[in-house]
Design a protein around this ligand. Sequence first.
Ligand SMILES: [Mn+2]
Length: 312
Amino acid sequence: MYDIIGDIHGHADELVSLLEKMDYRETNGCFRHENRTAVFCGDFVDRGPQIPDVVRIVKAMVENEAAQAVMGNHEFNALAYHTEDPTTPGVFLRPHHEKNKIQHAKTVEQFSEADLQEALEWFATLPPALDMGVIRAVHACWDSAGIATINDAIARYGAYTPEFLVHATDRLDPLFAAVERVMKGPELALAEGVTVTDKEGNARRRVRIRWFDAPDNYTLNTYALPAELSLTADRIPATAPAVPYPDDAPPVFVGHYWLPEAVPQPLKHNVACLDYSVAKHGLLCAYRFDGKAKLSADRFVTVPSRDRKDVP
Ligand SMILES: [Mn+2]
């Protein structure tokens, strides 16, 4: 059976606490459980204080078959950030402008150049999604067409090579849209002049959405994920980029959404997000899958962020 783990973002102490809480033990440099497998939903790097430690722990678990992992948008961004545009020397496929530099700064600071290179090589082996039959895992959105597009490109270019990354960062290329949807999730454009503030303090003109539900029973403020109470309760345009997740499909686990709640619960009976904002005074979160297709709030396990203000 599987223990699925959300965004870690360089919080290695919390990761070790969570693994130990679930009875994983470290032997020969690798955490493992005698009869369970960990599944990581991506976003190992950026933001936190112990990024190389997180990468070392997760990579050892994956390489020793104690865990599986999918790529998060932060690993994808790191690959593009460190890959030069083959046609324009000195220019990188993810531009080195201020916002991107700040988002990735802690990773660059904490790794030696050689260790960063090794980490990037490992990121390039991570699949965009995992389908184990009984469960599925993806960083942001289970978009079957997008996942197929990415897997086809991996087969064609041989992993996330510079050639793959050139196409994946070209806004006019179908691979760009596929990566956006699968690793970053579909987003809904807000009306002219309306913005929301994200966790990094950036004003955004688009919101992340409950892609797994059709928008019919929601209004704009509740269709946003997490809910954005600053938005109006307007109807949602029928063109909203939903990817409704079938009621009879196996449970799918995602990270990515920075959920603020203190008590995790499934987003619906077969969809759960495991990102409870450990990088912003929240929780590191896992789901202990017990074989039941209907997800349940009592299967979540959490560890508070060490920098939580309300915990001594
Ligand atoms: Mn994240």
